[in-house]
Design a protein around this ligand. Structure first.
Ligand code: DLL
Length: 436
């Protein structure tokens, strides 16, 4: 089934024409409403009149996460505060999160995109749909929730945590579809097995998995253990949230909602656009967003674009699975973590030297994070024989990390000079998960 055949199966020529019109409008809109963009365009000697077709997109400036940070919290917002009805936040590179405001129309577009995805996954009004992405500032929970309501299925807002209760609900309510991170799906499968809930006691048939990279091997394992078909759903808060793209039954790349988000692939080193089929950094321009429209936003996700018709009948450009990042962002239990966030915390504590290491692992399908830091020599000398003081400091650091990272990290305080010094570029992360 296709939710919106007019848009999802539009001819390429019509799509490009629509994109061109929308691009002109959005450039005009930001030119008049976002001083940051007006200044950038003026510096480049560009006016909205210079943008008449989608091919003109290459003339426009890029936007980066640093631009969002420099304009924290609302500097890139185009709509007046009175028009904003929802605010989400995602991890920033340091202490401050990235803030994204949505107008009523934005929320409507988001729900429409979600409805397209869920319909492509085969979900419909007869389904009972558990949303096990986190509800809150993260876009996963509420984003998926609105889409499930839009297609008329019954939404179970399970959120994350309390997995045993969730497992019982899946069995007792006959839940048929689930949206969660792929690693949580595996954790759920394991929990169910421990509880003695077998595949023939549950009715799960569709999984909407995303928010973190996952492999074909993980897909096979989840499908086998939960007895469902798993589909990829991709998105990022800055652009919208879940449903920037989604897989169809053909599962040969994820269809991009191109009438709303225009994709490009660039070489992250030269910033030059790359042709279809070549791997590079994914860049999106929001074509219809009112709250915080972005021009050529550099996602830092690495993948390639696939053109040409798909077996499912949709005509939109597809993106391959994310192969990696062009920055050092980690995704731990579905939450984005930048090593620089840890640094920003470490720098606030005088007892600790500005040297740290993040050790990431996956234990029983759950990601773990340990932050190792070195004590300063003076503090180390003064507290060597007082374990209570060390304990106190660990707790203080763990609490500060939790509030900045939004996930719990184990803390290991180490003696001065014991965190390995690297010869060249410093290594701040040891990732022992096998995601490739
Ligand atoms: O993760 C939005 C989302 C929620 C997508 C639920 C899908 C399902 P952020 O927290 O801003 O937003 O993180 C965005 O997560 O740039 C990718 O690096 C990664 N990511 C998201 N979906 C996928 C996916 C949400 N399907 C960042 N495969 C993105 C691989 C993904 N990576």
């Amino acid at each position: 089934m296709i939710w919106n055949p007019t848009k999802e199966c539009m001819s390429r020529d019509q799509m490009r024409e629509l994109q061109g019109k929308r691009l002109h409008k959005i450039v005009e809109y930001v030119y008049h409403n976002v001083p940051f963009y007006r200044e950038k365009l003026q510096q480049m000697d560009l006016t909205p009149e210079d943008i008449t077709s989608i091919d003109d997109i290459v003339k426009l400036p890029f936007t980066t996460k640093k631009d969002l940070r420099d304009n924290y919290p609302f500097g890139l917002q185009a709509a007046p505060a009175s028009e904003i009805i929802r605010i989400h936040a995602s991890s920033g590179t340091t202490g401050n999160p990235t803030i994204v405001g949505y107008t009523r129309k934005d929320i409507g577009v988001w729900s429409e995109c979600m409805a397209r995805s869920l319909t492509a996954f085969g979900a419909g009004r007869d389904d009972i749909f558990s949303v096990a992405y986190g509800y809150g500032l993260f876009t996963g929970g509420l984003g998926a929730h609105n889409g499930v309501e839009k297609i008329g299925a019954a939404v179970v807002p399970a959120s994350t945590g309390n997995t045993e209760k969730h497992a019982r609900l899946i069995r007792d309510l006959g839940i048929t579809c689930i949206a969660c991170t792929p690693s949580y799906a595996l954790y759920l499968a394991e929990t169910m097995e421990k509880m003695g809930i077998t595949k023939d006691q549950i009715k799960l048939r569709v999984g909407a998995f995303g928010a973190e990279p996952w492999t074909e091997a993980m897909r096979q394992e989840i499908q086998q253990r939960l007895g469902l078909k798993g589909y990829n759903i991709y998105g990022l808060s800055e652009i919208m949230g879940p449903s920037v793209s989604y897989e169809c039954d053909a599962q040969n790349g994820s269809h991009i909602n191109e009438d709303h988000f225009f994709p490009e692939i660039i070489d992250p080193a030269t910033l030059e656009p790359l042709p279809y089929g070549q791997t590079g950094e994914l860049v999106f321009t929001t074509l219809t967003k009112e709250g915080m429209p972005l021009l050529r936003y550099r996602t830092r996700d690495l993948c390639s674009l696939i053109d040409g018709p798909c077996d499912c009948g949709r005509t939109s450009v597809r993106m391959t699975a994310i192969e990696g990042r062009s920055d050092d962002m980690l995704i731990i239990r579905g939450i984005n973590v930048f090593p620089s966030q840890v640094e920003s915390v470490v720098l606030t504590m005088e007892e600790i030297a500005p040297r740290y290491m993040l050790v990431v692992d996956r234990v029983n399908n759950l990601d773990t994070l340990m932050v190792q830091v070195e004590l300063r020599q003076e503090y180390f000398n003064a507290t060597m024989d007082t374990p209570a003081a060390i304990e106190e400091l660990s707790k203080k650091l763990a609490a500060k990390l939790k509030s900045v990272l939004s996930i719990a990290a184990k803390v290991q305080l180490k003696a001065p000079g014991t965190i390995e010094r690297s010869q060249g570029k410093s290594t701040r992360v040891i990732d022992n998960r096998k995601l490739k």
